[in-house]
Each structure stands twice: as structure tokens, then as C-alpha cells.
Design a protein around this ligand. Structure first.
Ligand code: NDP
Length: 517
């Protein structure tokens, strides 16, 4: 254990223990910010994978049953931390997607869509409860399939998933109160296409409000992370959900587009890249389908000179290194007021030396594996462009596991507005630091991207928070915190970050047609 003196010094680094390596076998240390390091052996704390039974092969979930694709084709899903194939998963064809839409339509017309709100609520409460009961199983599976650290899937993703079902269960029999004076009718069958960064959480954001409002769904998970959605199919069976209410089709992006353009679909909800979002918008153009798009981001995290710097450092780290930076609302651009940039960067570098990169199933891991080889290549390419364009590159010393897709927490200083790393969504653990002198300059720079999903403001002045928040073109603005999510709070973007809101009553609104009484 470190002695008392070093413990006192550690107050400055947020009392975080340090392991400099992911393997657990190399030297570890406490980062003290004074160039010194006290050796510290961190014992491995692996979460057992015994709680999860991963089948060799998974089918599609259509009409309450697990079925093979009509041509029997499958694809492999890989654990990005080990590069091992976890399972073979059915690769849906358009004919399979058609079957899923037919099943959803039938359930909407004859079973789920006919249930009174109070009955729908019972099912959603039951799903929430089962998710809580099986939370460890979901957390381990999610970490294995996506690469995210177990402490995040266990403490953030899965609790939020259950919270979304609890929350929307509460609305199912209260639609008259949500939309006073109007009659809220379900839209019908929703096609929901979700990404790989928060596979189960995005499923919950989409399925819970849709079902609460009386819609049925066909969900397409991302190809690199299908397993938690397929385990959710098991929860639907366990909850005795009427067959066809939830259908899950795994397969390539083209199956997503088949659903988007399908005449049997009434509503499309998508979370993912701006490029695919634009294609989807074109796919529904000229129809009366509802559409919500939650796309990319390049959030500014703005730190003023009067901010509590140690607190801001924690917020910056949480903003960009949480979930390996694979977060649409990640605070990927740090805008620091010129007068404090030097101490802030010094504290940040100090804090970076305490981040543990490695096995996602180790409970001490802060940064897990990048979701796929393709994503790792994209991050690497953008980081190389940052170096080539002249920004100053910094990574803490840390070993990475020999196998798997890992990337060190990265910091770029002296970044110009024109650099690609200041403009493009990297979707990795890479922070670009820019500076400003006045609040107006901060607003100008923060809004100077094609995106507008989120932003952070760090200052002691309440009036400045309010003034900045109204000027930021961002759907969510956090003040003296970052990456806070709650099912009651709407989330969504401006500009190329998409349109429509998920969460809260706004999220319910996206799944109803309001008629006059
Ligand atoms: P995509 O936008 O391609 O994937 C998101 C989902 O859309 C997946 O289910 C995908 O299926 C599906 N999809 C792909 N192509 C189509 C299509 N033509 N029509 C309908 N659905 C489609 O993201 P990527 O996985 O390619 O990631 C690329 C970049 O996107 C990342 O580097 C990141 O910058 C950004 N991104 C942003 C996210 C966000 O939350 N804002 C989330 C994920 C990525 P499949 O997996 O089978 O290809």
C-alpha cells in the first residue's frame, strides 16, 4: 500500500488507483504529477464469464420464436478484446425481414396494439424487473461482445436500460396526461436500427417508448454487437410478451435499408453515423413515415479560468475516455481558456497516467477494447492525420494487451480549427485541445462544426452557464459535469447530429400520432 504521504498527495489526482498496463503483469504506479511514480501492483480482478451461456449459434427472433435465416447463412461476432469468435449469428435476408415486418404488423393489429395501456405497462414493468434480475449476465455479455469495461456495462449501461423500461412503463397508461386534450394513437410498426457503442442501451431507448405507446418493432442490431439484443429476445419470451411485438433481425446494413424502405413500416428510428443517417433520410423521403435520427457529434467541453480545475479534469476524462470515446456525445474537443491551459494540461497528463487500459472484464479497467478492427483503423488513421497536420501528440506510457483492438488514451495540444481531428468524429479515446480568450470566441469555436449534439461548460458563474447554454448549438449542454443520462431527459441533436429526441416525454411523442378528441 502507498504510505500516508503518498495518499495525501493522491487527493490531487482524485484518489484513483493506478495500473499502467492492461496485462496486469507489468509494473504499475501511482501517478503523482511530480514526475515520480511509486510502484504499485494492482491485482487482476476479472469478472467471471460463467454467468453467461453463449450459444454456438443464434437465430433471428421473429414472431416470438428463434428461427434461422431462410438460406441458413450466418456471420461471426467477435470479442474485440481477444479476437475470438464468440458465436455465429443468423444473417437475415430481405425475405426474413419481410417475415419480421408481417409478424410485427399482426401483433400491432390483433394483440399488442389492442391491449389497454395498463396491460402494456405490466409487460414493460416485467421486462424491467427481469433485466434487473439478469443484470450481471447482460453486463458480462455486453462487455465481451462490445469491448466496453465491465464497470461501465455493470454500473451505467444495464442500470440505465432497466431505468428506461421502468420509466416508459409508467407512461403506458398515462398517455392522456402526457398529451392533454389530444388522443395519442400508436404509429404502427417501427423499424429501429441501432449502433455498436451502446448496443443494449440503444435497444432500450428505442423499444421502451415504442411499446409503451402501443407500437410493435423490428430491431436491427449492429453486426459487431448482436448478442445482447438476442439475449433480450430471451427476456421477451420470459416476460410472455405477445409474439411479434418485438422482432430482432441480425444482418448487414442492407437489411437495415430494406426495413427503412419497406412499405409495411410506419416509423424509422436510427442511431449511428451521419453518412448512413443521410441515406436513411433519403430512403424515407416522399413517404409519411415518422423518422428520428441520432447521429454523430464533435462536442466542445469548455473550461473557463474560474472553473474548479480538478473537477473539470475528471469531467474531461469522463467526457472523452468513457466507453473508449466511442460515444456520439463524447467531449472530444477541449476548449480551454488561454490563461489556464498550461496547468489544466499538466493536471490532465497527470490524470491520464492513472488510466488503466486492458481487459474489459477486469473490474479495474477504465478503457477497454475498441469495438472492431475497422474502428481501430479509423482511429489510427485520424490520429496519424493529427500528427501530420502539426498538432502535438501525447499518450501516457502504458502497455497494451498483446491481442485485441486497443488504443492508448490520446491527447493532442496545439490543435487548429482546420485540423481534421478538430472537425471529424474520431469515435475513439482521442482528445483535441484548443484554446480561447473570450466567451464569444468559445461560442464561435464550439459551434464551428457540422455537428450539434452536446457540449460541456465548466465555470463557477451561474450566469455564464445560462448565457453560454443558450448560445451553444447543441441538443444537450452539461454544466460542471458531463455524460449524465436519465430516462426522463430528452436527448438529440442539431445540424448533422440529426433530429428528433429520445428520452422523456419527447421520446414518447416520437411514437404517437396525436388526434383531436
Ligand atoms: P453505421 O452508421 O454504419 O452503423 C449503425 C447501424 O446502421 C448498424 O446497425 C449498421 O449495420 C446499420 N447500417 C449500416 N449501413 C446501413 C444502411 N445503408 N442502411 C441502414 N442501416 C445501415 O456506423 P459504423 O458502424 O459504420 O461506424 C462508422 C462511424 O459512425 C463511426 O466511426 C462513428 O464515427 C460513427 N458512429 C456514430 C454513432 C453514434 O451513436 N452517433 C454510433 C456508431 C457509429 P451494420 O452494423 O450491419 O453495418
Amino acid at each position: 500500500m502507498p504510505d500516508v504521504t503518498s495518499e495525501t498527495k493522491l487527493q490531487r489526482t482524485g484518489e484513483r488507483a493506478v495500473q499502467r498496463t492492461g496485462s496486469g503483469s507489468s509494473p504499475s504506479s501511482w501517478g503523482l504529477g511530480d514526475g515520480q511514480a511509486i510502484p504499485w501492483e494492482y491485482a487482476p480482478a476479472p469478472e467471471s464469464r460463467e454467468i453467461v451461456t453463449i450459444k454456438e449459434r443464434y437465430g433471428l427472433f421473429i414472431n416470438g420464436r428463434e428461427v434461422d435465416a431462410v438460406d441458413g447463412a450466418t456471420f461471426g461476432t467477435v470479442n474485440p478484446a481477444t479476437e475470438e469468435t464468440l458465436a455465429q449469428v443468423a444473417k437475415a435476408t430481405p425475405a426474413d425481414a419481410d417475415k419480421a415486418v408481417r409478424a410485427a404488423r399482426k401483433a400491432q393489429r390483433y394483440s399488442w396494439g389492442q391491449l389497454p395501456g395498463r396491460e402494456r405497462a405490466k409487460y414493460l414493468f416485467r421486462i424491467a424487473r427481469i433485466l434487473q434480475e439478469r443484470s450481471r449476465e447482460f453486463a458480462v455479455l455486453e462487455s465481451m461482445d462490445s469491448g466496453k469495461p465491465i464497470k461501465e456495462s455493470r454500473d451505467v449501461d444495464v442500470p440505465l436500460v432497466a431505468a428506461h423500461f421502468w420509466y416508459y412503463a409508467g407512461w403506458a397508461d398515462k398517455l392522456d396526461y402526457a398529451f392533454p386534450g389530444r388522443v395519442a394513437r400508436p404509429l404502427g410498426v417501427a423499424a429501429q436500427i441501432i449502433p455498436w457503442n451502446f448496443p443494449l442501451l440503444m435497444l432500450a431507448w428505442k423499444i421502451a417508448p415504442a411499446l409503451a405507446a402501443g407500437n410493435t418493432v423490428v430491431l436491427k442490431p449492429a453486426s459487431t454487437t448482436p448478442l445482447s439484443a438476442l439475449l433480450f429476445a430471451d427476456v421477451c419470451r420470459q416476460a410472455d410478451l405477445p409474439p411479434g411485438t418485438v422482432n430482432i433481425v441480425t444482418g448487414p446494413g442492407s437489411i437495415g435499408m430494406h426495413l427503412v424502405t419497406h412499405p409495411g413500416i410506419d416509423k424509422v428510428a436510427f442511431t449511428g453515423s451521419t453518412d448512413v443517417g443521410k441515406k436513411i433520410a433519403r430512403g424515407v423521403a416522399g413517404t409519411d413515415k415518422g423518422l428520428t435520427l441520432e447521429l454523430g457529434g464533435k462536442a466542445a467541453n469548455i473550461v473557463f479560468e474560474d472553473a474548479a480545475l480538478d473537477q473539470a479534469v475528471e469531467g474531461i476524462v469522463n467526457g472523452i475516455y468513457f466507453n473508449q470515446g466511442e460515444v456520439c456525445c463524447a467531449g472530444s474537443r477541449l476548449l480551454a481558456q488561454e490563461s489556464i491551459v498550461e496547468p489544466l494540461i499538466e493536471k490532465l497528463k497527470d490524470r491520464l497516467s492513472t488510466i488503466r487500459v486492458g481487459d474489459p472484464l477486469d473490474k479495474n479497467t477504465d478503457v477497454g477494447a475498441i469495438n472492431s478492427k475497422a474502428q481501430l483503423e479509423k482511429i489510427t488513421e485520424l490520429v496519424e492525420s493529427g500528427k501530420a497536420e502539426g498538432a502535438d501528440f501525447y499518450q501516457p506510457a502504458c502497455d497494451l494487451p498483446e491481442r485485441g483492438y486497443f488504443f492508448r488514451p490520446t491527447l493532442f495540444t496545439n490543435v487548429a480549427q482546420s485540423h481534421r481531428i478538430a472537425q471529424e468524429e474520431i469515435f475513439g479515446p482521442v482528445l483535441s485541445v484548443l484554446t480561447f480568450r473570450t466567451p464569444d470566441e468559445a461560442v464561435e469555436k464550439a459551434n464551428n462544426t457540422p455537428y450539434g449534439l452536446s457540449a460541456g461548460i465548466w465555470t463557477e458563474k451561474g450566469s455564464r452557464i445560462l448565457s453560454m447554454a443558450t448560445k451553444m448549438k447543441a441538443g444537450v449542454v452539461w454544466a460542471n459535469t458531463f455524460n449524465q443520462f436519465d430516462p426522463t431527459s430528452p436527448f438529440g441533436g442539431y445540424k448533422e447530429s440529426g433530429y428528433g429526441r429520445e428520452g422523456g416525454m419527447h421520446g414518447l411523442h416520437a411514437y404517437v400520432r396525436l388526434e383531436d378528441r
